[in-house]
Design a protein. Structure first.
Length: 347
């Protein structure tokens, strides 16, 4: 059940928040450039990122003002993952939160007699879908968030005072900071404070005008350790964790072997992994596989030609990606809702 813990190479999950004028977009682009690789920006800030196109090399997806729902964000994040970008900047997550609050208010009035507490039964899964999309992204993520702004008075030389803008908590869901490896606060003087750092290398540092060197240093820490598990290994690990027996694993592999529109290691890895995760979170499918049956028809599967169920993978072990091919697997580009369980896997 337990084994020695080891550090694997990982992908960054960082959040950067601050008041207006702090330089969140510019700083995120500098950090991403330091990390390296192709950069994508999901821009809900009315084209703010593109103003820096003469300074940085990146591709952008501008979300119109009427497309700030969580579903729009998730679609854009998944598209960036499918396209193979190494770094994704989400600028900013605050608009998704504001749209969700507006939606919750409308749901409360329409269905719950104004009771927003009840309306959150529909809102919480949507917020979770955004977090899951960020955590499932196959590259690095830097998310910016606005912070609520207040003014305070600061004494200057000569006994005079001046108003100073103060950034407070991020404008996003409560507890959002727990989802990130690194949490940065940026002031209007462009001073970055490292509030949270799982690497331990930058904790509590205050950095003036953070740039590419900080991004490169973070990338260096992330690259330390053993290579991360392939998606195939991750799926097999989850299969065991959710209760698939050795027979169940063989049945899963048998059902998923065949021609396909793609593989887990192929052109659309994030969406394919997401769909496979749906299958492994569905009790009926798990029960069918553990019984050696096809989850679609209930018929017994021919396990004679199926690949052997893999033991827990060693650091250098690999489960062939092609065993996850699924006959009739839907093309993610043609799905109305990537969160829907594929009909081919319906129990």
């Amino acid at each position: 059940m337990f084994q020695k813990a080891t550090k694997e190479a990982a992908k960054l999950r960082a959040a950067l928040f601050g008041p207006s004028g702090a330089g969140k977009t510019f700083t995120a682009l500098r950090l991403a450039t330091g990390i390296g690789g192709p950069i994508a920006v999901v821009d809900s800030e009315r084209g703010t990122a593109s103003k820096y196109a003469d300074r940085f090399d990146f591709d952008v997806c501008n979300l119109p003002s009427k497309q700030h729902t969580i579903k729009d964000y998730v679609t854009a994040i998944n598209a960036a993952g499918q396209a193979g970008y190494n770094v994704l900047i989400i600028d900013s997550m605050t608009h998704a939160w504001q749209e969700l609050l507006t939606e919750i208010d409308a749901i409360a009035k329409a269905k719950y007699r104004g009771n927003t507490w009840s309306a959150w039964s529909e809102g919480t899964p949507k917020q979770k879908a955004l977090v899951d999309a960020i955590l499932d992204f196959p590259g690095h993520v830097i998310a910016t968030m606005r912070s609520k702004t207040e003014w305070s008075t600061e004494q200057t030389g000569g006994g005079k005072s001046k108003p100073v803008r103060v950034g407070l908590t991020p404008e996003q869901g409560k507890g959002i900071e727990y989802e990130f490896d690194m949490l940065f606060e940026l002031t209007t003087e462009h001073m970055l404070t490292v509030l949270k750092d799982r690497s331990g290398k930058f904790q509590d540092q205050i950095i003036e005008k953070p740039g590419e060197d900080l991004g490169a240093a973070m990338a260096s820490w992330l690259d330390e350790g053993a290579p991360p598990m392939t998606m195939a290994q991750q799926i097999m690990a989850k299969a065991r964790a959710v209760g698939l027996t050795e027979l169940g694993q063989q049945a899963m592999l048998a059902q998923c072997t065949g021609s396909s529109t793609g593989t887990l290691e192929g052109a659309k890895p994030a969406v394919l992994q997401h769909l496979m995760n749906h299958a492994l979170n569905t009790a009926g499918i798990i029960q069918s596989w553990n019984a050696g049956a096809d989850s679609r028809t209930g018929a017994a599967l021919d396990l004679g030609s199926a690949p052997a169920a893999a033991p827990a993978p060693a650091a250098d072990d690999s489960v062939p990606a092609e065993v996850f091919s699924e006959p009739g697997f839907p093309d993610p580009d043609e799905q109305d809702d990537p969160d829907d369980l594929p009909a081919a896997w319906a129990a």
